[in-house]
Every structure is written in C-alpha cells, then in structure tokens.
Design a protein around this ligand. Structure first.
Ligand SMILES: *Cc1c(COP(=O)(O)O)cnc(C)c1O
Length: 403
C-alpha cells in the first residue's frame, strides 16, 4: 500500500532566514522543525492529553505529508482531517498513526476507511447505517467517533438525539460491526476564553459523555479543544486536543502572539522583485488607479496576486518587507502581481531580483496575522488559501523520509 514519495527538495537555511531559489517568482518556505517544535510546545500546554495534529486542507496550506510527518516527529499521536480522501492519502503514504476524518459524506468509501483503519466521525443515524453496511461487507468492524452538537449548530447530532445515537452505535458495536472509539464536539468561541458560551459547551459535553458512559460506552478519546482552547482553556483538554492553526505556529487569540505560547510560524511567503522603476508624483498605480503617488518615487513589482491566494481585499493594505522595511501594497492586488510604492525610505534601495517577504516568523517580518488584519479575515485563511501555483519548499529535518 505504501507508495514511495519523492524526496523533499533540500534548501539551505541561511543565517538571515530561508532563501528563494533563483528563477522562481515566489515560494512558501515551510520549516518542518518549527512544526515539530510547535507540537512539542502544545504537548506542554496540554500535558494530560494526547495531541492530534489537524492536517486538513493540505495542512492549512503547508503541505499534507511533510507537515504530518513533522508533527508526528514532534510527538503528535493522532492526525485529524476533514475529508476522508485526506486521511486515505496519509495511509497511501505509509502513515499508520490513528487518524480521524470528521467530514462524513453520504455514499463515501467507508469500506476503504475500514480497510485503512481510519476513524470516521458520525453526526447522524444515516452514517451509522452506511458504515455498518460497509463493515458487514468488509467482514470487520469500523472505527467510529460520535460527534455531538453542544452549541455550534453546524455538524454533530443534537443533544436531543444523542442518547439514541449512542444506543444505536453500542448495539452495532455489540454486533461486531463498529468499534466506538471516541466522542467529540467543537467549540464556538474558544478564541474568546471568557465568553460564557465556552463553559456552557463544556458542561453540555460533560453531560453528553455521562449519558453515553451510563449507557455503556467506553471511549478511548473524548475531545472538544481546538487550538485556542488548548492554549487558553485547560479544562477543555479531556483526553485529546485537536490542534490545527497552532501546529503551524499561528494563534487566533486576540492580542496574543505565537511567541507567548512558545510557537513559531512555520511558513514564510517570499516573492522575487521583477521590476523597479521611477514613477512621478500624482500618478495612479495598478487597475482602477485606486492609489496615487504623492511624491516622485520608485515602484517595485512583486509577482504574487489573487491567483496565488493573496486576498484582493488586501489592496492598498497588505504589508510586504523589502530592504528591511515594510511597505503597504499600492493599489489593487492583481491576479499575478502587486506593486509597492518605495517612497520615501525605499527609493534607491531595492533592485530587480531582491527577495520580498510577505509574511514569516522572524522578528520584524510581517505576519499572517498582519495580512489577516489588512484583509478583514483570519490568519487561518491567509495560509490555507495560498494557491497551488506557489511552490512549497521545505527546510528543517523533522519527519523527513531521508532523515
Ligand atoms: C479545523 C478543526 C479543528 C482545528 O482547529 P484549530 O483552531 O485550527 O486548532 C479542530 N476540530 C475540528 C472539528 C475542526 O474542523
């Protein structure tokens, strides 16, 4: 089953940070050692729980397999995905760590989930029926985890239907068709730790667990914490924490930096300056001329745009570092390019071929959070939506197949 994977490109770490290989317009440099160190830090934040590294959506844009392996090297003992296909991709690459896929879809290939030992999230009776049918065909029990809705009102079965779901699952377990491995829920507002909704959800979850345990369920893992809850709400940890954003060194807790929690951003987004030229005062820049130069200046063109996942909402706002200074994008973000007005401090200091840093983790660099603030979104979206046109290059050794 295990498929050999191409070796990751080796990229030297420079003392001044990761480099951009010649000839590339852009690259996202992902530090595998940062991912491993972040997982180690998370284990410290949740010492009584196991850490599940959430690697859905191509590991939040960082690359599924290298990120998963680095997280395992850091001590993650579970992996979490949304889609079943993501979990099966881990298995196809030879990763056998316990894995939960929670975005369960009618008609999915539950037989493959069973054969590959992937845990499937169950949020409704239909899923139990389909999974049990696949287990009957496969001739072995399916591993499932039951999801209860404690207030998010998204996926998960209602508290009203929870007792019957548990009962039906335990019956199928007694019949040898299911192994009921876990129970879980999801928090609404963990990034606002004082919001009373958190305490209400934790109480509902504890109540749901008690109902299930009184009915005879013996869960291996009970879990509700995401990254912000792992960092700020210890009473949410239960047996396992499902951490995504923090594995990649970012945090969504307002006003708190990753460094405060011992986390380091794993991704640095770089672009090559492809043009530097003079532009007179009073000239409009980029589509629609929404930005006008105020002095005689120079502009620099960086070849990243919304075709690469740079939000168009970051027009005249997104920060980019060049020559040790941070500039704001001048005018509209285009599909493939953005323009920087180098006035005043950058005039004469930037040349074609220089490397621009859109965001990273080193001191003084703009961050994914800065980009989120500039585009009215969250750092999750900044890294996750980075396009497939931007090559991911890996530095660090954690989890590499070649050691
Ligand atoms: C994405 C996701 C997580 C991870 O959340 P982070 O805030 O990135 O840690 C955990 N649980 C579920 C159900 C998710 O969908």
């Amino acid at each position: 089953m295990s498929v050999p994977e191409p070796e990751l490109p080796a990229l030297p770490t420079r003392p001044d940070g990761p480099g951009l290989p010649d000839g590339l317009p852009s690259a996202a440099v992902v530090d595998l050692d940062a991912i491993a160190a972040n997982v180690r830090a998370l284990r410290g934040h949740a010492p009584t729980a196991q850490v599940m590294a959430v690697v859905k959506a191509d590991a939040y844009g960082h690359g599924l397999l290298p990120s998963a392996r680095a997280a395992l090297a850091g001590g993650a003992t579970w992996l979490g995905t949304a889609h079943l296909s993501e979990a099966l991709e881990l298995r196809a690459a030879g990763i056998s760590t316990p894995t939960l896929s929670w975005l369960t879809v009618p008609g999915a290939d539950f037989r493959a989930a069973i054969e590959q030992n992937v845990d499937v999230g169950v949020s409704g009776f239909w899923a139990l029926d389909e999974i049990a049918a696949a287990a009957r065909e496969a001739g072995r029990p399916a591993r499932v985890q039951l999801k209860v809705d404690t207030g998010m009102h998204r996926n998960g079965i209602t508290l009203a239907d929870w007792p019957q779901l548990v009962e039906a699952a335990l019956k199928l377990q007694a019949d040898g068709l299911l192994s009921v491995v876990g129970a879980f829920s999801h928090l609404v507002t963990a990034d606002v730790p004082d919001d009373p909704v958190n305490a209400a959800q934790l109480a509902s979850f504890a109540g749901a667990l008690e109902i299930a345990e009184n009915a005879g369920a013996r869960f291996e893992v009970r879990h509700i914490a995401n990254s912000p809850a792992t960092l700020a709400t210890p009473e949410s940890h239960f047996d396992l924490v499902r951490t995504g954003l923090s594995v990649y060194g970012l945090t969504s807790l307002p006003g708190r930096t990753p460094e405060e929690f011992g986390l380091r951003p794993a991704m640095t987004l770089l672009g090559r300056v492809i043009n530097v030229k003079p532009v007179a005062a009073g000239q409009g820049i980029s589509y629609g001329h929404t930005y006008t130069t105020s002095v005689d200046t120079e502009v620099a063109v960086v070849p990243l745009g919304y075709g690469d996942g740079i939000p168009r909402h970051a027009s005249s706002a997104g920060p980019i570092q060049l020559a040790g200074q941070t500039f704001r994008i001048a005018g509209r973000v285009c599909m493939d390019q953005v323009v920087l007005d180098l006035a005043p401090g950058g005039i004469g200091k930037v040349a074609t071929g220089d490397v621009a840093v859109l965001f990273g983790g080193a001191p003084g660099q703009p961050t994914a959070q800065d980009w989120a603030d500039a585009s009215d979104t969250i750092s999750y979206e900044i890294v996750t939506r980075l396009g497939s046109r931007v090559p991911r290059l890996y530095i660090g050794s954690a989890g590499r197949l070649d050691g």
